[in-house]
Design a protein around this ligand. Structure first.
Ligand code: SF4
Length: 329
């Protein structure tokens, strides 16, 4: 069956992935493979704009790749690679920076957010981050980029940069990527208030053991009004219920919805039920992960092979780009 086009997406090497990463990105990455040629990149250079130490970079890259593969990314079809293995992306980044007005970068809401988070490290790379992101996408002539609402301005920026480049050099060599808006659920952490993230330590790791998973689930914050077992609750404001809606059966969801409101089920039992369903859902993933992890070299080989395939596309595009600009051969 012929595919609908080429998808590109990148993610920072954050090590072992958690439920938020799974529901927000990985699940979608896996599904997109059925309809598109997919290129998935571990963007280690992007990580350098904010990380304080690179000590874990290599291991985080490996762990993330392992999770992707265990979750169902198929390297024989999709290209999976590490950003820094493709020097052409740095070259394209520099060339695109020449058609990028500085004010446009500093006006992006994500840049403002980043300087708020890292006021002591507003580096040149951080400002140019969206230009590098544009280079990541257009270097492979990706037609489609899956985006959630918060990344929409970045994709729009990439599209404008492509138009500026093509206009400036009177060419059509670069392809304007289209956004594929995806319903990305905002996965709340076990603290019940912030988005699930490793740095806030409110996450549930996909590769955790069933016991560790149950322990994390039992720590989940529920409806604060349910102080006593006999207090009726409101599942609509409870994160455990949101998770049931994803991982439990229709029958169980309905049961929790009814019984929580009349204190027919306690939070402890409700969480145990969710933990059981989550563990059952993750079991095939964990088995596959353990199997792949027996041969770490095979994971690196996937990444090296992906880089080889990515470089071959990238070099062809860069040749066209250099010609379009008029750089001497
Ligand atoms: S019974 Fe379940 S849905 Fe209701 S508040 Fe407790 S954990 Fe949340």
């Amino acid at each position: 069956m012929s595919k609908k086009g080429r998808v590109f997406s990148g993610a920072r090497p954050t090590g072992r992935q958690h439920l938020g990463n799974y529901l927000g990105a990985i699940k979608n990455y896996v599904a997109l493979q059925d309809d598109y040629d997919c290129i998935y990149c571990i963007v280690d250079i992007h990580a350098l704009t904010t990380v304080e130490t690179t000590a874990d970079l290599k291991n985080n890259t490996y762990e993330m790749a392992l999770d992707w593969l265990a979750a169902g990314i198929r390297p024989e079809e999709s290209i999976v690679f590490i950003q820094s293995h493709i020097p052409q992306v740095m070259e394209l980044h520099t060339l695109l920076s020449m058609v990028t007005p500085l004010g446009k970068l500093t006006e992006l809401p994500t840049f403002k957010e980043k300087i708020r988070q890292n006021p002591n490290n507003v580096n040149y790379g951080l400002v140019g981050y969206p230009v590098l992101m544009t280079a990541d996408i257009v270097l492979y002539k990706a037609d489609v980029v899956p985006v959630g609402v918060d990344q929409a301005p970045h994709l729009e920026f990439a599209r404008e940069t492509v138009r500026s480049f093509n206009y400036r050099y009177n060419t059509d060599v670069l392809v304007e990527p289209q956004a594929k808006h995806t319903e990305i659920p905002k996965v709340i952490g076990i603290d019940g208030k912030d988005k699930m993230s490793k740095s806030l330590d409110n996450h549930i790791e996909l590769a955790a053991t069933p016991e560790e998973t149950q322990k994390r689930v039992m720590q989940m914050v529920t409806d604060p009004a349910r102080v006593l077992r006999t207090d009726p609750g409101n599942p609509e404001i409870c994160n455990v219920y949101s998770m049931h809606k994803i991982f439990s059966s229709e029958e169980e969801i309905n049961m929790v919805n009814v019984e929580c409101r009349r204190a027919g089920i306690g939070c402890v039992d409700c969480k145990k039920l969710f933990a059981r369903n989550l563990n059952a859902h993750l079991e095939p993933f964990r088995e596959k992960r353990a199997e792949i992890a027996q041969d770490p070299d095979a994971v690196w080989d996937v990444l090296y092979d992906g880089a080889k395939r990515a470089r071959s596309i990238a070099e062809g595009v860069m040749k066209e780009v250099r010609e379009a600009i008029g750089l001497p051969e």
